[in-house]
Write a protein that binds this ligand. Structure first.
Ligand code: ATP
Ligand code: TZP
Ligand code: MG
Ligand code: MG
Length: 271
């Protein structure tokens, strides 16, 4: 993937203004809606079983996020996911906290089984737990592990037959054969709740304008990471409150040579 292609995909998001249907958690709802608007997409949150199929059908993508799951919302996820699958609308899963409780792990696995999930985005623990490997997890945050995250992403993608986006210091995007490793990002992203969840929805926006899931995710993850780096470089106050606001501003402002110059990713063929 060329750096220029990433800038072109950002332009497409801004021109086409895709609608992302989010069934997400109560912590990140407002941040997700504002982040999607800032990058140039549109956002709707709809949860009622009476309307989710209709909403999913008119959306450019559907993002399912299990951060504060409840049985009736899980049912809505299945209805929305099936309607999206029938219509060819990509469905992205964020298995927030998978591995922390049995309910989360089983729900994430059930959604993977029942739906055609085009992509799953999570931290190493979440990906490992959905794929059936036992990594430590603390609540919704990644646990410590000495495991090889690249190997984990590749094996999870193969096993789950989906594109895996495993985030952390480096981000790995792979279908189990081709992989991109994105080096952009900043540790301040871990000091603001919902930056992972928003990233999953931003990826959703890119899947609405680019059918190649690896390209869509690599573009979204790279732009997101560069935006965080620019904020960390420019922001007068180094605290998380200012970072959160300036990050939204930067998702809106990012582009041009700055973006191209700061992008850093490598491609790796697995077999
Ligand atoms: P967690 O709850 O474990 O923080 P998450 O779902 O919030 O997980 P992250 O893995 O933190 O998701 O990814 C969110 C964003 O933060 C991504 O863009 C990722 O590249 C970035 N990120 C996470 N950790 C770091 C780090 N140590 N250095 C740079 N960027 C990071
Ligand atoms: N608790 C349930 S969902 C959630 C918390 C704190 C937000 C998690 O957001 P992220 O993006 O995974 O950090
Ligand atoms: Mg986080
Ligand atoms: Mg998360």
């Amino acid at each position: 993937m060329e750096k220029k292609e990433i800038a072109i995909l950002l332009d497409r998001v801004r021109r086409e203004n895709p609608l992302v249907h989010n069934i997400t958690n109560v912590v990140v709802t407002n941040f997700t809606a504002n982040g999607l608007l800032a990058i140039g997409a549109s956002s709707v949150m709809a949860y009622a079983q009476e309307e989710v199929a209709e909403m999913a059908r008119i959306a450019g993508s559907v993002v399912l996020n299990i951060g504060t799951l409840r049985p009736e919302v899980v049912e809505s996820m299945l209805i929305a996911g099936k309607a999206a699958n029938e219509q060819g609308v990509p469905v992205i899963l964020d298995p927030v906290g998978a591995g922390a409780t049995q309910y989360r792990t089983e729900t994430a696995r059930m959604l993977m089984e029942e739906l055609e999930i085009a992509m799953m985005r999570g931290n190493a623990s979440e990906i490992a737990n959905v794929a059936g490997e036992n990594w430590s997890i603390r609540g919704v945050d990644a646990g410590e592990s000495s495991g090889d995250v690249f190997e984990l992403a590749v094996s999870a993608a193969k096993k789950l037959k989906t594109v895996v986006v495993l985030t952390g210091k480096d981000d790995i995007i792979t279908d189990g054969h081709t992989a991109f490793i994105v080096h952009n990002g900043h540790p301040m992203l871990t000091k603001v709740t919902g930056t992972g969840c928003l990233l999953t929805s931003v990826i959703g926006a890119f899947t609405a304008v680019e059918k190649n899931m690896i390209k869509a995710a690599t573009a979204a993850v790279t732009i997101y990471g560069v935006a965080a780096e620019i904020v960390a470089d420019n922001c007068a106050s180094q605290g998380p409150g200012s970072f959160q606001i300036e990050f939204l501003n930067q998702l809106y402002l990012i582009g041009g040579n700055d973006l191209i110059e700061k992008m850093s990713f490598t491609r790796k063929e697995v077999d």
